[in-house]
Design a protein around this ligand. Structure first.
Ligand SMILES: Nc1ncnc2c1ncn2[C@@H]1O[C@H](COP(=O)(O)OP(=O)(O)O)[C@@H](O)[C@H]1O
Ligand SMILES: CC(=O)N[C@@H](CCC(=O)OP(=O)(O)O)C(=O)O
Length: 275
């Protein structure tokens, strides 16, 4: 992606990238994170944001006295749970992110995957167990391109719809990976609450600078990758093909993290296309 200018200094080309922001880190993201996004937008980059909000959904369900549980990382989603998921993701969280980008001087437009039929979905294979949880069948990327052409960064809540109008709760990592694939973005940056994929090397846990698909499979099998990291690596593996060249998992609290990733700095964990 980098090119060399006549002065010898590496010059980064503006790029489109998908940034997934997890619920684990959203509330803690500093103002400088959103200022960095604004700067990237000003420089001609085209960020596309897909967000989660798992902890806020759980908090609201608890307040309403609605039981919630996860089956292999997916929230069991009844019609009552779906109401809360949609309210929290497409309502409060989506608008909070848009407001924070705007407060930093950026241009953002929030929408849910059900708006314009942006994220088309069907029930996951184990829907008898998990209810209204969806997998993505198509992302209408022309809607995203249209918003980018207007000069705004799309901020997308991971709700899907099918042809009959049924809504689905979609894991945010899965939704972000599908958006990156259908859009043909060069990169997906997964912003979370840990500095990358960690592995115990004997002398303590350290961040792996890069992992292969095979290492990911081994780490899932051994239990070294567990919980919320599983949908991230699975989404990464399924979207790194074609134009999506790498997925980078990083900690959102590190100052200037997005610019640093885009400038090629070795930070976080990179998952790259198999050779
Ligand atoms: N090998 C690993 N390295 C780092 N974090 C891991 C690993 N395996 C599991 N995790 C867990 O994954 C979590 C991130 O997933 P999650 O809490 O779902 O975040 P988000 O809300 O950003 O999607 C980390 O906080 C950590 O507890
Ligand atoms: C099906 C499913 O589990 N959907 C997730 C959607 C939100 C999400 O994925 O948020 P994070 O990125 O913060 O985990 C949920 O209901 O919590």
């Amino acid at each position: 992606m980098d090119s060399i200018t006549g002065s010898g200094a590496p010059q980064r080309q503006p790029a489109s990238f998908v940034m997934k922001c997890g619920g684990s880190t959203l509330a803690a993201l500093p103002d400088n994170f959103f200022e960095d996004l604004r700067l990237l937008q000003e420089q001609g980059n085209q960020p596309v944001i897909v967000h989660g909000g798992g902890p806020a959904i759980s908090g609201n369900l608890e307040r309403l006295g609605i039981e919630t549980e996860f089956v292999n990382g997916l929230r069991r989603t009844t019609e009552d749970v779906l109401d809360v998921v949609e309210m929290v993701l497409s309502g409060s969280i989506n608008k909070q992110i848009v407001r924070r980008i705007q407060a930093a001087g950026g241009r953002a437009l929030g929408l849910s995957g059900s708006d314009g039929g942006l994220i088309q979905a069907r029930p996951v294979d184990n829907s008898a167990e998990v209810g209204f949880v969806g997998e993505v069948t198509e992302v209408r990327s022309n809607i995203i391109s249209g918003i980018l052409d207007l000069g705004y960064m799309p901020v997308i809540a991971p709700i899907g719809v099918d042809e009959s109008g049924q809504r689905y709760n979609i894991n945010a990592d899965t939704a972000a990976g599908a958006v990156a694939s259908f859009l043909g973005a060069a990169r997906m940056i997964v912003v979370t609450d840990v500095p990358g994929i960690m592995k115990d090397s004997g002398s303590g846990k350290a961040v792996l600078p890069a992992v292969t698909v095979q290492e990911i499979d081994e780490m899932i099998a051994s239990g070294e990758i567990y919980g919320g990291m599983i949908p991230k690596v699975k989404a990464a593996v399924s979207c790194i093909h074609g134009q999506v060249q790498e997925v980078v998992i990083v900690d959102g609290s590190v100052p200037g993290i997005l610019s640093r990733v885009l400038s090629g700095e070795e930070i976080g964990t990179r998952i790259v296309q198999p050779k």
